[in-house]
Write a protein of this length. Sequence first.
Length: 88
Amino acid sequence: MSLLVTCPNCGPREVHELRCAGESTRRPQARPTRRELNDYLYVRDNVWGFQREWWFCRSCEEWFLAERHTYTNEVARTWHPEPAERRA
Ligand SMILES: [Zn+2]
């Protein structure tokens, strides 16, 4: 499978030069319940459509976010996360 994903630093890269770490999740509040902590660690939305994902570039060794369609693999955009997004 060939898929190009644009690293915000390096430009378009083949998918084997990157690592997808899955959909980004919302970190629970400071003192989460056991249920909230369990959901944060193990439950994913698993959407059909565009989802926000964490990606790692092996060339520049930086993390970035991407919106990728889970069925077509179309990557709508990639960007460096804002400080608030890093905690999300
Ligand atoms: Zn890069």
